[in-house]
Design a protein around this ligand. Structure first.
Ligand SMILES: *Cc1c(COP(=O)(O)O)cnc(C)c1O
Length: 341
């Protein structure tokens, strides 16, 4: 339409977030689980699907799913908000607490969707760089938050695409600053030793929002289910910003049944963590710089060849990884998901 239709200018200027979907036999580009969910979950889901009253709207509160998630984390059901993927949970959060005239703080390089959802919701972003090891320097973080007083501050722990989890001390320091919400995106939380869920009872804990997803460790990227754990007031804020009946009965039951297979999930996570060790040791023997990872992926930079060249050559061998080599602060870098042995 040659731009003659009145698309919002900030969207027209924006390029979508896409991982190239190149056909490949070995797909290690989007950090999914290489293992499917258990066969028994499939059977249970088939049975439950046959019982859904499809002519009726689903439970608007997603009560059973939220109660099960609340039990998993030892919180109240009124402290859990579910959405179609954690990205939608973040979008609801920003619709409720960000928006025009408001600001969100980011530490870059980090998950590109945080900045993207800010732009979609008209939220301004203010950023500070990570240190050379891609860690958030607590002094830099305090400086940024103190100066800008953002309504929302994002951490990503473990950080995508760089891999390291944030220490609890960083979360505790940012929680006592008297400004806005502190969002910790824990999409890879089960791979790490620490979780910000343990900081909810710290001073300022009512400002903490922990975001999780079924897309990675639960091996359910196709189901589109994510959630956040936060103060009941924040959950009510997200509910005010979401559309009615946003979570389908299918999604609700898929998530609820998955929670009955926690042990299998933990076994998958343990297997992948073991494989991560093998992969990082093997990378150590190659002419690359690789960064330590608390997640199911590893960021590395080939020492003697441009990253995009290595990426293309892998594609010709039917291996698809993520080319981050043109992203700000990640010059020459590639990210590989830990797959099966
Ligand atoms: C993969 C990922 C997500 C998952 O998003 P969904 O919408 O739940 O699929 C969220 N945050 C980060 C940092 C991720 O890497």
């Amino acid at each position: 339409m040659n731009g003659r239709l009145p698309l919002r200018p900030n969207l027209a200027a924006m390029r979508g977030y896409h991982s190239p979907q190149v056909p490949a036999a070995v797909r290690l580009n989007t950090n999914e689980s290489p293992f499917p969910p258990p066969e028994t979950w499939r059977d249970e889901l088939a049975t439950e699907l046959s019982r859904i009253e499809f002519n009726r709207y689903p439970d608007r509160q997603a009560r059973r799913l939220r109660e099960a998630l609340a039990e998993l984390h030892g919180v109240g059901a009124d402290e859990v908000f579910c959405a179609n993927g954690s990205n939608e949970a973040l979008q609801c959060l920003l619709l409720a607490y960000g928006g025009p005239g408001r600001r969100a703080a980011l530490f870059e390089p980090t998950y590109a969707l945080h900045g993207h959802i800010c732009r979609l919701t008209g939220t301004l972003t203010v950023g500070a760089p990570r240190d050379e090891g891609f860690r958030v320097d607590p002094e830099v973080a305090e400086g940024l938050v103190g100066r800008e007083e953002p309504e929302v501050t994002f951490l990503c722990s473990p950080n995508n695409p760089t891999g390291a989890a944030d220490p609890p001390a960083l979360v505790e320091r940012l929680l006592v600053l008297p400004t806005g919400l502190l969002v910790v995106d824990e999409a890879y939380g089960q791979f790490a030793r620490q979780s910000a869920l343990d900081q909810r009872t710290c001073p300022g804990g009512e400002r903490l929002v922990v975001v999780r997803t079924f897309s990675k460790t639960w091996a359910m990227a196709a189901a589109r289910l994510g959630y956040l754990v936060a103060d009941p007031e924040v959950v009510a804020g997200c509910e005010a910003a979401t559309l009615p009946y946003h979570l389908s009965a299918v999604t609700q039951v898929a998530g609820l049944l998955a929670l009955g297979h926690r042990e299998e999930m933990e076994r998958r996570v343990a297997l992948i963590a073991e494989e991560r060790g093998r992969l990082s040791a093997a990378l150590g023997a190659l002419p690359v710089t690789a960064w330590p990872s608390d997640a199911n992926f590893i960021l590395f930079r080939p020492a003697d060849r441009p990253g995009d060249e290595v990426w293309k050559e892998l594609v010709t061998r039917s291996v698809l990884i993520r080319d981050c080599s043109s992203w700000a602060g990640l010059e020459g870098c590639l990210r590989v998901t830990v797959g099966t042995p």
